[in-house]
Write a protein that binds this ligand. Structure first.
Ligand code: TA6
Length: 294
């Protein structure tokens, strides 16, 4: 049966015919397409992705809240990516300088109260800048009437489309400590080391600087990720073995995707009633003449 409009994507295009565009699903509050000003697709979504419950959409930018991974009592990556969001009708609470944006809100549900007994407000603004950059701003507020604080982790689990994963390099993560989830141990990236990909990678870089640069040689393209209030960076590629066992992921698709996203995991955020937090991730896609030193 045709899914209702709630499970169909919303296209967002800037005025004056700029080439950029963004597509968002209310399911998961998830960006599933971002085209830069040249009209080039920057994000990866698996051809085997499901766009309705119970699986989160495989790819795009998953909103992981209130936890990342399964280091907590909730389902993997929390519940926000598995819920139906709605259009946020209240006045844009965030950056109103953008002439192209969509504002979503995830409303508290009775079922969720049972698994996460806190009253919260999670609002997301997805915007395109005049130069075609993609900006995501999330605002989380503690609305607990019982004066209880709550703690959460958060990630923009961002899957980029790349030409050939073995041709991709991530700069800006050198000298950082990182949690290697494959070996469940802390490691350290040496000075000047770019992150390159020859096998499965599942890492959480801690307290990364504000700018992360992903360089895709074949596409002659550089993605620059900037972030605020999101100190950590998740980096993930399942490689061939994992790819084969994920039902919503094509066996060969590990070659053409890379997840690099801003997160706040190592030190979860605590909000007291009435307090709020804003986490911002901005990505620009520039021709690869750009050097990461800039
Ligand atoms: O990137 C962090 C991570 O937790 C990886 O360990 C891997 O599990 C990935 O997210 C995908 O998780 P998912 O629940 O979407 O299959």
């Amino acid at each position: 049966a045709r899914e209702g409009p709630r499970y169909r994507p919303r296209q967002v295009r800037p005025p004056r015919g700029r080439g950029s565009s963004v597509e968002v699903y209310f399911y998961g509050g998830q960006v599933t397409s971002w085209k830069n000003n040249f009209g080039e697709q920057q994000l990866f979504v698996s051809r085997k992705a499901s766009f309705k419950p119970p699986k989160a959409i495989r790819g795009g930018i998953q909103i992981c809240f209130p936890q990342l991974g399964n280091h907590g009592v909730l389902e993997q990556h929390g519940f926000a990516r598995n819920r139906l969001w709605s259009v946020d009708e209240s006045p844009p609470f965030l950056d109103t300088t953008f002439d192209c944006h969509i504002d979503l809100i995830l409303k508290q549900s009775e079922e969720d109260l049972k698994i996460w007994p806190h009253s919260y407000e999670l609002r997301l603004q997805v915007a395109l800048s005049p130069t075609g950059d993609l900006i995501l701003i999330s605002r989380i507020k503690n609305n607990n009437a019982d004066c209880k604080p709550f703690q959460f982790s958060f990630a923009y689990h961002t899957s980029f489309s790349v030409s050939d994963i073995s041709e991709v390099r991530v700069d800006g993560l050198d000298t950082l400590d990182y949690l290697d989830n494959l070996r469940s141990k802390m490691r350290c990236n040496e000075q000047g080391d770019a992150v390159v990909f020859e096998s499965e990678v599942d890492s959480l870089y801690l307290s990364a600087p504000r700018k992360i640069v992903t360089i895709d040689h074949e596409k002659k393209r550089t993605l620059v990720l900037r972030k605020k209030e999101l100190p950590d960076v998740v980096v993930w590629n399942p490689w061939d073995k994992k790819a084969k066992v994920m039902p919503d992921f094509g066996a060969e698709e590990y070659n053409c995707m890379l997840c690099v996203g801003a997160a706040c995991i190592e030190k979860p955020i605590t909000l007291r009633p009435g307090e709020e937090w804003q986490g911002r991730q901005e990505i620009s896609s520039v021709p690869s003449s750009y050097s990461s030193g800039q």
